[in-house]
Design a protein around this ligand. Sequence first.
Ligand SMILES: CC(C)(COP(=O)(O)OP(=O)(O)OC[C@H]1O[C@@H](n2cnc3c(N)ncnc32)[C@H](O)[C@@H]1OP(=O)(O)O)[C@@H](O)C(=O)NCCC(=O)NCCS
Length: 154
Amino acid sequence: MIRAATPADLDTLVEQRLALLTEVAEPARRATVVAMGDATRRALARAFERGTLLAWLAVEETPLGSLIALLDERLPTLSCPNAREAYVAHLWVAPRARGRGLGTSLLAALAAHATACRLERVRLHSAEKATSVYLRAGWQLRTLDMERRFTDLS
Ligand SMILES: CC(C)(COP(=O)(O)OP(=O)(O)OC[C@H]1O[C@@H](n2cnc3c(N)ncnc32)[C@H](O)[C@@H]1OP(=O)(O)O)[C@@H](O)C(=O)NCCC(=O)NCCS
């Protein structure tokens, strides 16, 4: 079952977020991930309070996966004149439950919400292995995204 997350699900969202970060982190950085729990919880709680958090859980007997998106503050553009946009910050399914369509169902819940609430665009940065899930769900690859780092992580 896919259901919208509420503030009562904060612990689960934090736990699954850290599980994703641990999975993608280089071994030397895994200890840093554990220390990010409190900051992650605060950021999610703030976004819930402001009404900028969109989150869903895939639940069977226990929570098996989650999707977290944040409403973006953006300027209007020609393709999004009302500046109603969101960013998918997190999509994760427990390894034992992968390949059964839960990730796709979480994306479908987001798409239904985006349509109902007239979001104009949702963006995300895909992990390389996850691109097939997004492409099948109707997402499109785009290029020319850039970044410049202003902090040193080493
Ligand atoms: C990406 C992810 C959310 C997909 O969830 P899921 O419930 O397995 O997805 P679905 O069952 O709807 O779709 C299965 C697809 O996921 C992809 N996939 C990526 N990693 C996978 C894995 N470890 N096991 C199974 N499928 C995986 C496969 O390509 C598969 O597509 P295919 O049927 O063409 O082979 C999940 O694999 C995951 O949590 N991965 C680690 C975290 C991550 O990369 N998140 C995305 C960040 S952008």
